[in-house]
Design a protein around this ligand. Structure first.
Ligand code: SF4
Length: 163
């Protein structure tokens, strides 16, 4: 990761309680550290699927054989890729080195995603946005690895102060 990243953090909009998920719901994550980052105006918010042009609510989508397909069999890969590039552009614009993205999403999942069968089965893998950010040196975390993220950011801050 570049040394001169800013203190901004990219965050999935649904984790902040915004009703942007495919089913029109949110997945608000309550954590004092998130409140603090928000107060400090460090959060840069995105829903990559909306940013890619998809409506809310929208059909469920899962990755399958290198594509993203929705539950009606439509190939929505392009919209997912567009959203991923908007997220990357935001990170570049704000010099962001850390992202907190919703686990299991075909866009935002960083460790596991659904397997493409729409049966609730998960496999190891990354969503389109998480994959692109990770490939560009941005550290991607989820609500399941938030504590690790907090400690990694803390450690980086200490290193910076000791430079
Ligand atoms: S694309 Fe990401 S931010 Fe948008 S609803 Fe899905 S998990 Fe949340």
């Amino acid at each position: 990761m570049a040394k001169n990243v800013s203190d901004k953090i990219l965050i999935s909009s649904c984790l902040l309680g915004n009703p942007v998920r495919y089913d029109g719901q949110s997945k608000g994550l309550r954590h004092p550290q998130i409140n603090l980052w928000q107060q400090q105006q460090r959060l840069v918010v995105i829903c990559p699927e909306q940013a890619g042009g998809l409506p809310t609510p929208r059909p469920r989508a899962e990755q399958k054989d290198g594509h993203v397909m929705n539950e009606f069999g439509d190939d929505v890969t392009q919209a997912f890729e567009r959203g991923a590039h908007v997220a990357l552009a935001l990170c570049e614009q704000h010099n962001i080195g850390y992202a907190l993205l919703k686990e299991f999403s075909p866009s935002c999942g960083s460790q596991q995603i659904y397997d493409g069968s729409f049966s609730g089965q998960r496999i190891n893998g990354m969503g389109e946005t998480a994959k692109l950010l990770n490939a560009n040196g941005i550290r991607v975390y989820s609500e399941l690895t938030l504590e690790q993220m907090i400690s990694d950011i803390e450690q980086r801050l200490n290193e910076k102060n000791n430079d």
